[in-house]
Design a protein around this ligand. Structure first.
Ligand code: GLU
Length: 472
């Protein structure tokens, strides 16, 4: 009956997104922590797609979730499981609960419910179902109306309270008289959200539910259903919201980007993991760490209690630190396909220069796209920045540029020889280094702001220099 094995001793976490739109950074952080906790403890991480809102769910949204997780290397150990494919199981549990008297049919119509709510609001009471159809010993239920299909309601305990030790929020206690009898199946027999979540968390043997705190109100209801099923509820950790830069809840409507867009904008998955990890969790003062360190360090004891605010400038900075820390060969392997996308031929890239180009420029780039932009001038044409050209490449400097071009056509090809050629031309024309280096940079690389000019020229190669140090 149960397709999931009993793993009572093992830590099992899950990410349970609803595929109703794209997945932004706030959403993916809800995946990061359960994933990291499972990895840090040698447990299992399960992906469950909560697609019961058929109108709003789409396969395209599922694909984006999978793509984002794959990019970040957050592979689930099990799943994706789709709730829509588990309907038979939910119905089976419902039938059992009905047989055990844990749920009861309720025939109250929408109109009656509205009227009830109206009366309660007028009496300044909290709107709640009043238990009209809840069977009790000695209670006479109203006559069953004809032709009405009932909903099934869960018999919530009326006494006592639900208490849990939330790993983020601390002890939470909700009195049962705050909770009415939840509808757990609609008139057509389809199960409702909170019920499916519990059946899944039971069947999948989830030990730790780490999710957004927009679900904290569901938790006492879910705990009561767990107990009714004779199961101990998992440990809960409700993560504070991620706010956007304006301090609003992150959402597509107010400009949040899909996770995969950051991939396309040149962010490294390592950096994204690092940045997201810090958005609600800390390890001392550590700001920059690797995936391995994060997975070693992560636990539920250092989750932040207050809402975290997204800061793109900080993300860029984190990305820059990870770029800088990468080996030149690894960076070159990332940059090569970006250059090919820009039309550079694969064999042009095979000449071994790319790792050295990456080494020279990685310090001044905060994304792989920026690095690819620099690298492209070594393989493709360059268009000098018009303003910089006007400023640095003056008529007066051309004779010196011509001399340099002639010297570079015949000198040995290494940094020292190029530097010596510069020196000789400067002496010949009575110039200072910047007076010549600036225009040469603008003409050869497109801008005056580059690393050491002899290193750049060496990598650029004699031919490209001869072509670029020419009056148009
Ligand atoms: N499907 C819910 C959501 O996307 C998550 C439910 C849960 O984690 O329990 O918000």
């Amino acid at each position: 009956m149960n397709e999931f094995p009993d793993m009572s001793q093992r830590i099992r976490t899950r990410f349970a997104p609803s595929p109703t739109g794209f997945i932004h950074l706030g959403n993916i952080r809800s995946a990061l922590y359960p994933w990291a906790f499972a990895r840090a403890t040698g447990g299992d991480f399960i992906l469950r797609i909560e697609d019961t809102d058929v109108e709003r769910s789409s396969q395209a949204a599922v694909d984006v979730i999978l793509e984002g997780m794959a990019w970040l290397g957050m592979q689930p150990d099990e799943g994706p499981f789709y709730q829509m494919q588990r309907m038979d199981r939910y119905k089976e549990v419902l039938a059992q609960m009905q047989a055990d008297g844990l749920v009861y049919p309720c025939y109250m119509s929408m109109e009656e419910l509205d009227a009830l709510r109206e009366r309660q609001m007028q009496a300044k009471q909290k709107p709640r179902y009043d238990g009209t159809w809840r069977p009790e010993p000695g209670k006479v239920l109203p006559p069953v109306p004809e032709g009405v299909k009932p909903v099934l309601r869960f018999r919530n305990p009326t006494e006592g309270s639900v208490v849990w030790e939330d790993k983020v929020k601390g002890r939470i206690e909700i009195s049962n008289d705050e909770l009415d009898d939840l509808v757990i199946a609609r008139p057509d027999g389809t199960p409702t959200y909170n019920f499916c979540v519990v059946v899944d968390d039971v069947d999948m043997a989830i030990t730790h539910v780490i999710r957004g705190d927009d679900h904290v109100n569901n938790t006492p209801r879910q705990i009561n259903i767990f107990r009714a099923l004779g199961k101990e509820p998992p440990v809960y950790a409700h993560l504070p919201t991620v706010l956007n830069e304006q301090g609003e809840k992150m959402s597509k409507r107010n400009g949040a980007k899909a996770v995969t867009q950051y991939r396309d904008e040149g962010y490294l998955p390592e950096a994204m993991i690092n940045y997201l990890a810090r958005l609600g969790w800390s390890h001392g003062d550590d700001e920059i760490f690797s995936r391995e360190q994060f997975l070693q360090w992560f636990n539920l004891d250092h989750l932040g209690r207050s809402a975290a605010q997204f800061d793109e400038a900080k993300l860029r900075w984190v990305n820059a630190q990870h770029l800088k820390a990468m080996s030149d060969d690894a960076l070159a392997a990332l940059i090569a396909p970006l250059l090919q996308q820009r039309g550079v031929a694969a064999d042009a890239l095979a000449d071994g220069r790319l790792p050295r180009i990456c080494a020279l420029f990685k310090d001044r780039c905060d994304t792989t796209l920026a690095l690819a932009q620099w690298a492209s001038v070594f393989y493709a044409d360059v268009t000098p920045d018009a303003e910089e050209k006007a400023k640095h490449v003056t008529e007066a400097i051309w004779p010196a540029i011509e001399s340099l071009r002639a010297a570079l056509a015949t000198c040995d090809w290494d940094k020292a020889a190029i530097a010596a050629a510069f020196k000789a031309v400067l002496a010949e024309h009575g110039l200072k280094m910047p007076q010549l280096a600036m225009p040469v940079r603008v003409l050869t690389v497109g801008t005056a702001h580059t690393p050491s000019v002899d290193a750049v020229l060496e990598l650029l190669g004699r031919e490209k220099i001869a072509a670029r140090l020419r009056k148009a």
